[in-house]
Structures are given as structure tokens and as C-alpha cells.
Design a protein around this ligand. Structure first.
Ligand code: HEC
Ligand code: HEC
Ligand code: HEC
Ligand code: HEC
Ligand code: HEC
Ligand code: HEC
Ligand code: HEC
Ligand code: HEC
Ligand code: HEC
Ligand code: HEC
Length: 452
């Protein structure tokens, strides 16, 4: 090892004894820097202030929707007598927005800014963190006794309950019968005895109005089709099927052989009665000889092999024919789809169709963003369902395959609470109307100091 010989004398020689006589370059630099740095900063600030207004004080860029107000901090940061407050009161937000409270029985009301976080850049303010909800829902309490809902939800993947309709084993309360299994058979008898394959969209969806099963038979003959989602859906929820658009092509409402394929209107029994009386009255007026025809026993209804009845006059003929037609309709035709209740009157009452359009009343759903999937990937029980009472909705596990809260995985659809739920009870919205001018909103004029 090399030994260093460092004596005090050798070291002392290094010291410049005249150092005070000439200025060291660093000291000069220090002087000029101490002037230049603040000067540059100030001029940057002045320049920014001139170009960008109050933005320079900001804690970060505002959200997309609020970016336009960047020049006027006081819209949110209410300056009491001209001073800036970093805190934002709910009142400031409420001058421009109405945001109804969540539930009247909640134990406290969080501040707007605790959920809608600002100054994080051009993001959606609605994209609230799960904590905003789980602060209450992980251990739900109400002002008045027991909560009505599952009270320990920590995340969509953590103790979120199965949807209530499926949990409780509820049945479909619908009043119109439909056997999905039968109607989805590949060789269903269609109009004019054609063979066809119905697809979901033939009865559900919004674009079906212009395509009748007649046309559908040409569009997708049995051999070519599989259940698919071809047509775009404008509506979040499926409109309930309608007789005229979705059933009438195959289920006809003929009433009497005298009128060939002519049908009764699809309407209330009273309306049909009036229609029949009119039809047969007109017929007998133009065919008076028909009164003496013997009515053949009705072979269409085996249980009603009727005695042949002969009418004595035109009025009786009309009465007999109307009775027979109604018997056919209410014992067979209408009964296939409807529950008919007897009434004091001779005509039955048709039970309400009562088809549910909104199953998950405590959550939002939209079919539109899911149109890339086959219907049966969610409604998997449908092709085997033979009972109208079957509930065909997907369970939570179907959703959890894609929707997962951030953090658990990035490769997922949004899984935070706000994706499916509302916080504000928008049914209680009141209109709001601000009285700012453009100059005030753009920061070119002062905002009046209110008690906000
Ligand atoms: C649309 C409303 C809105 C506007 C406009 C707005 N802010 Fe904010 N700002 C907020 C909210 C909300 C908070 C969070 C306040 C709280 O926690 O009470 C906040 C917080 C702040 C904070 C504190 C940051 C922190 O980390 O605590 C500063 C500083 C700030 N804003 C500066 C500004 C400046 C400067 C402007 C104008 C250029 C501005 N803000 C415009 C809504 C706004
Ligand atoms: C000067 C008026 C004004 C003030 C004050 C204001 N907003 Fe807004 N806000 C708007 C406008 C305009 C929009 C965009 C149009 C719309 O969605 O109604 C908007 C949009 C929103 C949205 C929906 C957009 C999104 O990104 O999700 C939320 C949430 C919101 N504001 C919350 C707040 C909160 C919380 C405050 C208080 C910190 C506040 N606003 C203060 C005017 C205002
Ligand atoms: C516990 C969290 C929470 C609080 C507190 C909260 N919000 Fe919201 N807010 C949400 C969520 C989640 C949404 C999106 C779902 C919805 O519309 O309810 C939302 C939506 C909104 C919208 C968007 C409406 C739209 O669709 O364009 C506005 C505006 C809004 N909130 C304003 C406010 C204001 C003002 C306050 C304070 C009075 C407030 N919020 C308090 C969570 C909250
Ligand atoms: C301050 C506490 C509190 C916060 C924060 C809160 N909730 Fe609630 N929530 C309640 C209460 C209380 C009820 C009603 C309980 C009852 O009546 O039994 C409720 C009910 C619900 C329900 C079922 C009833 C309905 O309205 O559909 C849903 C869903 C819900 N909250 C979602 C949310 C979401 C999503 C958030 C966050 C954006 C949230 N909550 C934030 C207290 C809260
Ligand atoms: C991917 C969609 C989705 C997400 C994300 C989600 N939920 Fe739900 N949630 C639902 C559906 C669907 C229901 C069933 C609604 C019904 O039965 O009417 C439900 C039901 C509920 C209920 C009512 C529970 C009951 O007793 O039946 C509450 C409360 C609730 N969710 C809170 C939350 C909270 C809090 C979060 C976030 C931690 C969250 N949800 C995330 C879809 C979602
Ligand atoms: C011939 C017409 C027809 C076809 C084809 C059809 N449906 Fe339906 N669907 C109906 C009628 C009518 C109802 C209402 C009666 C009921 O609830 O069963 C209904 C109800 C439903 C419901 C809600 C009721 C519940 O209990 O959940 C779902 C979901 C549904 N159908 C899905 C489908 C799917 C998925 C397909 C394709 C695989 C399909 N349907 C094909 C006529 C049809
Ligand atoms: C493409 C033709 C076609 C369409 C469209 C159609 N059906 Fe059918 N439906 C049939 C055939 C074929 C049968 C079997 C008839 C039989 O064997 O008795 C049938 C039988 C029925 C039955 C008796 C089922 C059973 O289990 O015995 C009901 C109820 C029914 N359909 C309701 C409807 C409703 C409601 C609609 C409209 C939403 C509809 N159908 C649309 C062809 C169709
Ligand atoms: C192939 C099945 C089918 C047949 C057959 C049928 N209907 Fe309907 N009916 C429906 C469907 C589907 C609805 C609900 C949608 C609509 O109004 O088109 C309905 C609705 C009704 C309604 C309205 C119910 C309400 O919710 O208030 C009445 C009334 C009615 N039908 C009467 C009749 C009468 C009377 C007959 C016999 C002449 C008949 N229907 C035959 C399928 C049928
Ligand atoms: C991502 C899963 C998913 C897919 C894919 C899907 N559905 Fe649904 N469907 C649902 C859910 C969830 C509901 C319950 C919505 C509600 O009423 O709250 C529903 C409800 C329905 C209903 C009852 C009426 C309504 O809107 O509530 C019908 C009918 C229906 N779906 C038909 C279809 C058809 C037809 C397709 C294919 C074009 C389809 N669905 C694709 C999840 C799905
Ligand atoms: C194959 C994956 C997949 C499945 C399964 C799925 N979703 Fe989605 N969902 C998506 C995508 C992708 C979007 C749109 C992007 C987004 O919002 O993250 C979406 C959007 C949504 C939205 C927001 C709709 C809007 O307003 O834009 C809701 C609510 C939703 N899904 C609920 C559900 C429910 C409830 C289920 C289960 C019945 C379900 N999803 C099943 C992929 C899926």
C-alpha cells in the first residue's frame, strides 16, 4: 500500500494567503443568481398570470367538465371578503348543480368534494372511489332501525350480494304465457307452414318493428341461423314483446269460417264483442238465406261438440254465431296466451300482461355496451325454459367475470360501485339556475361574494 506523507507544512502551502484580494468566481455567480432566480420566477409567474389567469395557484388541472372555469377559482373556492379558501363548501357546488341526497335515513351526509375529487386532471368526476360508498355500506346503519339492504358490502368482488330477484327465488309475474324452449326450436312452424328458427331479436330488441317473422323466415332459414345479436339496440332495457309485432304472424285470431282468414282485433273482450255483432249483422243483411243454414258442430273445440242449433230469425242467427265465435276465442285462442277470469258479465276479463321491463330496480343496466355478446351468454337458461314463471336473468357471477374493481386486475371492465349504481336520488331533482355572466365564469369579472 502506498503511504501518503501529509505533513502540516505541506498542507499549509496550499492556502492562498492573498485570497481576499481577488473575487472568487463562485461568489460572483452567487450574487447574480440570487437576483436572477427570483426575477425569472416572477416574470414566469407574471407571464402565466397574464396568459392563464389564476391557474398558477392551482393544485392541478380541473376535471373535464369544469376545465372551462379554471380562470375563476372563486366559483368553487368562495373568497370570503376577497380571500381564497382551499376548502370548498357544498353550497358552492349547489349554486350550479342540484344533487339530491342519497337516502333520507342515512346517518350523515358526506361533503361533495369528498366523493367528487377535483384537480386530478381531465377525468370524470363521477368516477368516485369505492371508499366513498363503503364508508357506509361496509357496515350500513340507518337513522331508523335496521337497514333494508345487505349491510356489509366491501366491494363488487367482496361480499356484494347476489341480486335480490335471484336470491329470493322470485318467479316471473308476467301474465302472457311463453314457452321459450318451444319457440327456439330449429324447425318451428312459421307462417304458411314454413319451417324457421326464431332468434331472440325476433321478439326482443328495438329494431324488430320493421322485420316480421314473415320476413324473418327469409332472413334466417332454419339451417343458417344461430342465436345472435345482429341488430344494434338503442335502448338500455328491452321493450316488452307485442302481439301485433311479434306473435301475430304465427298466432292468428280467426273467428268464423264465413270470414275466411279474417281476424278479430287484438283487444278487450267488450271491443271484440261489438266487432263480432257488427260483422255478423252485416253478413246476414247481405246473405239473408244463411239464417236457415244448419250450424255444423264446432270441430275446432273437441270438448265442445255442440248440438246443431237452427236460428229462427236473423237476430237469433247473429246471437248464435257470436256466442260460438266467443266460445272458440275464449276457450282456445286467447287462452293459449292469457289467463282469463270469469266476470259477472258473460265476457271474461283478460289478466294484465304485466311484463317486467326493469328487474333490477336498485341498479342500472344497459344492454347496449354488452351487445358484443350473445344473448344466451348472459341469459343462459333461456333455451331450456318451458315456463313463463322462470326467471331468466344472469346472476352476479356472470358480471364478475368482466367487472372487477380496480386494483384486483387492470384487464377488466369498470367494477367500482358508480358503474352500476346511483348515489343521488335523481327522482327528487329540483331545477337549478345560476346567475353568473360569461365574464364571471371566464374569470374576466369578479364573482359576487355570496354566502356560499
Ligand atoms: C369546480 C370547482 C373548483 C374550481 C373552479 C377550482 N377548484 Fe380548487 N378545489 C376544488 C375542490 C373540490 C377541492 C378540494 C377541497 C376540499 O377538500 O375541501 C379543491 C382544492 C384546492 C386546493 C387545495 C389542494 C389540496 O391538496 O388540499 C387548492 C390549492 C386549489 N384547489 C386551488 C385552486 C385554484 C388556484 C383554482 C383556480 C385556478 C381552483 N382551485 C379552482 C374545486 C375547485
Ligand atoms: C359555475 C358552475 C359550477 C360549479 C360551481 C360546479 N359545477 Fe359541476 N359542472 C358544471 C357544468 C357546466 C358541468 C357540465 C355539464 C353538466 O354535466 O351538467 C358540470 C359537471 C359536473 C359533474 C358531472 C361531470 C363528471 O365529470 O362526472 C359533476 C359530478 C359535478 N359537476 C360536480 C360538481 C361539484 C362536486 C362541485 C363543487 C366542488 C361543482 N360541480 C361545482 C358547473 C359547475
Ligand atoms: C358518497 C359520494 C357522493 C357524494 C357525497 C356526492 N356525490 Fe355526486 N355523484 C356521486 C356518484 C357515484 C355519481 C354518479 C351516479 C349518480 O348519478 O348518482 C354522482 C353524480 C353527480 C353528478 C352528475 C350528474 C350527471 O349525471 O351529470 C353531479 C352534478 C353531482 N354528483 C354533484 C354532487 C354535488 C353538488 C354534491 C354535494 C352536494 C355531491 N354530488 C355529493 C357520488 C357522490
Ligand atoms: C352516508 C352513508 C352512505 C353513503 C356514503 C352511501 N350510502 Fe348507499 N345507502 C345508505 C343508506 C342509509 C341506504 C338505505 C338503507 C335502508 O333504507 O335500509 C343506502 C342504500 C343504498 C342502496 C340500495 C337502495 C337504493 O337506493 O337503490 C344502494 C344500491 C346504495 N345505497 C349504493 C350506494 C353507492 C353506490 C354509494 C357510493 C357512491 C353509496 N350508496 C354511498 C347510506 C349510504
Ligand atoms: C357491475 C355492477 C355492479 C357493481 C360494480 C356494484 N353493484 Fe351493487 N348491485 C348490482 C346489482 C345488479 C344489484 C341488484 C339490484 C336489485 O336487486 O335490484 C346490486 C345490489 C346492491 C345493493 C342492494 C343489496 C340488497 O340488499 O339486495 C347494494 C346496497 C349495493 N348493490 C351496493 C353496492 C356497492 C356499495 C358497490 C361498490 C362497492 C356495488 N354495489 C357495486 C350491481 C353492481
Ligand atoms: C317468440 C318470441 C320470443 C323469442 C324468440 C324469445 N323470447 Fe324472451 N320473452 C318473450 C316473451 C313473450 C316474454 C315475456 C313472458 C315471459 O316472461 O316469459 C319473454 C321474456 C324474456 C325475458 C325476461 C323474463 C324473465 O323471466 O327473465 C328474458 C330475459 C328473455 N325473454 C330472454 C330471451 C332470450 C335470451 C331469447 C333468445 C335466446 C329469447 N328471449 C327469445 C318472447 C320471446
Ligand atoms: C314463428 C312462429 C311463431 C311466433 C312468431 C310465435 N309463436 Fe307461439 N307458437 C308457435 C308454434 C308453432 C307453436 C306450437 C303450436 C302447437 O304445437 O300447439 C306455438 C305455441 C305457443 C304457445 C303454447 C305453448 C305451449 O307450451 O303449449 C304459446 C303460449 C305461444 N305460442 C305464445 C306466443 C307468444 C306470446 C308469441 C309472441 C311474443 C309467440 N307465441 C310467437 C309459433 C310461433
Ligand atoms: C300468441 C299469444 C297471444 C294471443 C293468442 C292473444 N294475445 Fe292478447 N296479448 C299478447 C301479448 C304478447 C300481449 C302484451 C303486449 C300487447 O299488448 O301487444 C297481449 C295483451 C293483451 C291485452 C292487454 C292486457 C293488459 O295488459 O292490459 C288484452 C286485453 C288482450 N291481449 C286480449 C286478447 C284477446 C281477447 C285475445 C283473443 C282474441 C288475445 N289477447 C290473444 C299475446 C296474445
Ligand atoms: C351482459 C349480460 C347480458 C346480455 C349479453 C344480455 N342481457 Fe338481457 N338482461 C341482462 C340483465 C342484467 C337484465 C336485467 C335488467 C333489468 O331489468 O334491470 C336483462 C334483462 C333482459 C330482458 C327483460 C327486460 C329488461 O330489459 O329488463 C330481456 C327481454 C332481455 N334481457 C333480453 C336480452 C336479449 C334479447 C339479449 C341479446 C340481444 C340480451 N338480453 C343480452 C343481462 C344481459
Ligand atoms: C364480457 C364482459 C362483460 C360481462 C360479462 C358484463 N359486462 Fe357490463 N360492461 C362490459 C363492458 C366492456 C362495458 C363498457 C365499458 C365499461 O364501462 O367499462 C360494460 C358496461 C356496463 C355498465 C355501464 C353501462 C353504461 O351506462 O355505460 C353496466 C351498468 C354494466 N356493464 C353492468 C353489467 C352487469 C350487471 C353484468 C352482469 C349481468 C355485466 N355488466 C356483465 C363488459 C361486461
Amino acid at each position: 500500500m502506498l503511504r501518503r506523507t501529509r505533513t502540516t507544512k505541506k498542507l499549509a502551502k496550499r492556502i492562498d494567503l492573498q485570497y481576499f484580494a481577488h473575487a472568487h468566481p463562485f461568489r460572483q455567480w452567487r450574487f447574480w443568481l440570487s437576483i436572477a432566480v427570483p426575477a425569472i420566477a416572477l416574470s414566469w409567474f407574471v407571464l402565466q398570470r397574464a396568459q392563464g389567469g389564476q391557474k398558477v395557484y392551482s393544485a392541478g388541472p380541473l376535471s373535464h367538465a369544469h376545465a372551462v372555469f379554471t380562470q375563476q377559482c372563486a366559483l368553487c373556492h368562495v373568497a370570503q371578503a376577497g380571500s381564497f379558501s382551499a376548502h370548498v363548501t357544498d353550497k358552492a357546488c349547489l349554486t350550479c348543480h342540484d344533487a339530491p341526497v342519497h337516502h333520507v335515513n342515512q346517518t350523515f351526509t358526506p361533503e361533495c368534494a369528498s366523493c367528487h375529487v377535483e384537480h386530478k386532471g381531465a377525468m370524470l368526476l363521477q368516477a368516485t372511489a369505492d371508499r366513498a360508498c363503503t364508508q357506509c355500506h361496509a357496515d350500513l346503519r340507518t337513522r331508523d332501525g335496521q337497514p333494508h339492504y345487505i349491510s356489509s358490502i366491501a366491494g363488487f368482488d367482496r361480499k356484494h350480494p347476489e341480486f335480490s330477484t335471484l336470491r329470493s327465488g322470485k318467479t316471473d309475474p308476467g301474465g302472457v304465457r311463453l314457452n321459450h324452449y318451444l319457440h327456439l326450436q330449429p324447425n318451428l312452424i312459421g307462417p304458411n307452414n314454413t319451417r324457421m328458427q326464431l332468434i331472440c331479436d325476433d321478439c326482443h330488441g328495438t329494431k324488430t318493428a320493421d322485420v316480421t317473422p314473415h320476413q324473418a323466415a327469409e332472413l334466417h332459414p332454419a339451417s343458417l341461423t344461430e342465436i345472435s345479436t345482429r341488430r344494434p339496440h338503442e335502448q338500455a332495457y328491452m321493450p316488452p314483446p307485442e302481439f301485433a309485432k311479434h306473435c301475430a304472424a304465427c298466432h292468428t285470431l280467426q273467428f268464423d269460417t264465413h270470414f275466411g282468414n279474417e281476424q278479430v282485433p287484438h283487444d278487450k273482450p267488450e271491443v271484440i264483442h261489438t266487432f263480432l255483432v257488427k260483422k255478423f249483422g252485416e253478413y246476414i243483411a247481405t246473405h239473408p238465406g244463411a239464417v236457415h243454414e244448419v250450424n255444423p258442430p264446432d270441430r275446432q273445440i273437441p270438448e265442445r261438440v255442440r248440438q246443431a242449433r237452427s236460428a229462427r230469425n236473423a237476430a237469433e242467427w247473429v246471437q248464435f254465431r257470436v256466442e260460438d265465435a266467443e266460445w272458440l276465442l275464449y276457450a282456445k285462442t286467447c287462452k293459449q296466451c292469457h289467463t282469463l277470469r270469469p266476470t259477472n258479465d258473460s265476457l271474461p276479463e283478460v289478466a294484465k300482461s304485466n311484463m317486467t321491463t326493469r328487474w333490477l330496480s336498485h341498479a342500472d343496466f344497459d344492454h347496449h355496451p354488452h351487445r358484443m355478446m350473445t344473448c344466451t351468454s348472459c341469459h343462459s337458461r333461456t333455451p331450456d325454459s318451458r315456463e313463463t314463471t322462470d326467471v331468466l336473468l344472469p346472476g352476479i357471477q356472470t358480471c364478475q367475470q368482466c367487472h372487477r374493481p380496480q386494483g384486483s386486475t387492470k384487464e377488466a371492465a369498470e367494477g367500482r360501485c358508480y358503474e352500476c349504481h346511483q348515489y343521488h336520488d335523481w327522482t327528487k331533482t329540483k331545477p337549478t339556475k345560476g346567475d353568473f355572466t360569461i365574464q364571471q365564469l371566464r374569470g374576466e369579472a369578479r364573482v359576487p361574494v355570496l354566502d356560499r
